[in-house]
Design a protein around this ligand. Structure first.
Ligand code: NAP
Length: 500
């Protein structure tokens, strides 16, 4: 019992402080995720959300805005009882987070909220703000000593992107480490919150049928393909600085690749998992000039047709420089030089304004010899295991079987557990899992600094090469599947991008 307030805080009772509470991320994802956590009874009884914004508004006004957003974005229909419960947890607080002298006052406010609500002990600082403010806020937290009197935990959640390159990421990390220890830093990669990404480990380590053949003796190649029909919408200011390499490759793709290729961890503790993922990143082949010349293709979309509608070229999008060199597409081939994966190419492609929206991990197994079947020129279909991440979510497996209707034909049979969940990429579900894990103190689905560092070292090398290159852009039509050279990249190895 706390002698001053006379209350007994529950184990996870916390104050959840959102910087950027009037922003798009909070409105579309965080609040709906919190609503669903209340609905699933996964939040502690004593839980307060301090929603920080700089606009003048009352808590009631803010709650109304949140309700409208939840009605629009939540996967669940709003139940007035659940909403009432969440609503009573929310306090709007006007605060200019650039004003470093005011953090002392913010601390007094948090202390009062904690006493009034019996949540003393635990604080989560969620930085849902533009990346240029991450360091400012962390500095304010330090100046106001907001992190110093947590009797339980004080955790800091940092949204993506974590830096713009290795240098800025290192500087940001050093600033945060002055205030929070590594175990209290939660670097968000919302892809890791997706069900199918978590399912990678389950499929591998709960099925002898897969794990026993998960190596270079049995696998021919692995493809990771994250493609989008969408363009950049109103996010030109962000995307012009980012491009596909920083937006998708450095974080989501590097994380997926390490989950697909990692060794079995000794247990499911967060550091055991992250240690194994990190080893994969350390085993990626050296990104030499020779490698870059042969194995990386960049693209930018021109105008085209998607779903029967004409769409603009990237350079004609609002707020995009009309001679922009930003890549909206990248395809590459990489190798992981360790005992398990030596010789197996990993083909990666990601881009915007492509012919389809899909996230897939495709494992193509090696063919058996043709000594028995397929002697005459029949087309042999490979064994394929496909993990559909979005918008189809599930597992697809292809194997060969006799066609019972024709007596002597062999046909591919397709087993598919996938279902179409159109908004998976954009729903708060991933954030539900991630917020719950932050409260529970499980950082397995968050990137540790050494992972971020290794991924930036690889991405930086590729980005620098792209910046020196003169490419004739745009080089693919919106609605196509990227530049012709991305097809040449894989076809010269006698393979194809697999679509099912
Ligand atoms: N939106 C997404 O779907 C998404 C997805 C993945 C990652 N992220 C990341 O999440 C972060 C937030 O993105 P967002 O799209 O939500 O950005 P946003 O819509 O621009 O929101 C930024 C928030 O910061 C507030 N703010 C700015 N300056 C302030 C100040 N001096 N004092 C107090 N509040 C201030 C804004 O308040 P006002 O309302 O007054 O301007 C707004 O609430 C970014 O790092 C982004 O990269 C976003």
């Amino acid at each position: 019992m706390n002698s001053e307030s006379g209350c007994i805080p529950e184990k996870l009772s916390s104050v959840f402080i959102i910087f950027g509470a009037t922003g798009d991320l909070t409105r579309r994802k965080l609040m709906s995720a919190l609503y669903n956590l209340v609905s699933d009874d996964l939040l502690p009884k004593n839980f307060v959300i301090i929603a920080i914004g700089r606009q003048d508004k009352t808590t009631d006004q803010y709650r109304e805005e949140v309700l409208a957003a939840i009605i629009k974005y939540s996967r669940n229909k709003v139940d007035p009882k659940i909403w009432q419960k969440l609503s009573s947890m929310i306090i709007y607080h006007k605060f200019d987070f650039k004003d470093l002298d005011e953090y002392v006052v913010l601390k007094s406010f948090i202390r009062k909220v904690e006493k009034d609500n019996c949540t003393e002990g635990n604080r989560v600082f969620y930085l849902a703000v533009a990346p240029l403010y991450f360091e400012t806020i962390v500095e304010g937290i330090q100046k106001g000593k907001l992190n110093e009197d947590c009797s339980g935990f004080c955790r800091c959640v940092i949204e993506k992107p974590f830096g713009k390159n290795l240098e800025t990421a290192t500087k940001l990390n050093e600033s945060i480490l002055k205030v929070f220890s590594e175990k209290n830093i939660y670097r968000i990669d919302h892809y890791l919150g997706k069900d199918m990404i978590q399912n990678i480990m389950v499929l591998r380590f709960c099925n002898s049928v897969f794990e026993s053949i998960w190596d270079n003796k049995h696998i021919d190649n692995i493809q990771i393909s994250l493609t989008e029909e969408l363009g950049i919408g109103s996010r030109a200011n962000y995307y012009e600085q980012s491009g596909a390499m920083r937006d998708m490759f450095q974080n989501h793709i590097m994380q997926i690749m390490s989950l697909v290729a990692m060794e079995p961890p000794v247990n499911l503790n967060m550091d055991s998992i992250r240690n194994e993922k990190q080893k994969v990143l350390e085993s990626i082949e050296e990104i030499s000039d020779e490698f870059l010349k042969k194995n990386v293709i960049f693209g930018q979309y021109g105008e085209g047709i998607i779903h029967g509608e004409k769409v603009s070229a990237y350079r004609d999008e609002e707020n995009v420089n009309h001679v922009s060199e930003t890549e909206t597409f990248v395809a590459l081939k990489m190798h992981i030089n360790n005992f398990r994966w030596a010789g197996v190419p990993f083909y990666i492609r990601t881009g915007k304004r492509l012919g389809t929206t899909s996230g897939e991990i495709i494992v193509q197994f090696k063919d058996l010899p043709n000594t028995l079947y397929y002697k005459e020129n029949r087309v042999k279909q490979p064994n394929l295991l496909i993990l559909h991440i979005q918008p189809n979510v599930g597992v697809f497996f292809q194997f060969n079987t006799k066609d019972f209707t024709t007596h002597n034909d062999i046909v591919p049979a397709k087993m598919d557990t996938s279902s179409f969940i159109p908004d998976q990429g954009n729903t708060p579900e991933a954030y539900e899992r991630l917020i719950h894990d932050i409260l529970r103190g499980d950082a397995s689905l968050f990137s540790r600094w050494d992972e971020v560092e290794s991924a930036w070292a690889i991405a930086d090398r590729i980005i620098k090469y792209r910046e020196q290159m003169k490419i004739d852009l745009p080089n693919y039509k919106a609605g196509s599947m990227g530049p012709q050279r991305a097809f040449d990249l894989i076809e010269k190895d006698g393979r194809n991008w697999i679509t099912v």
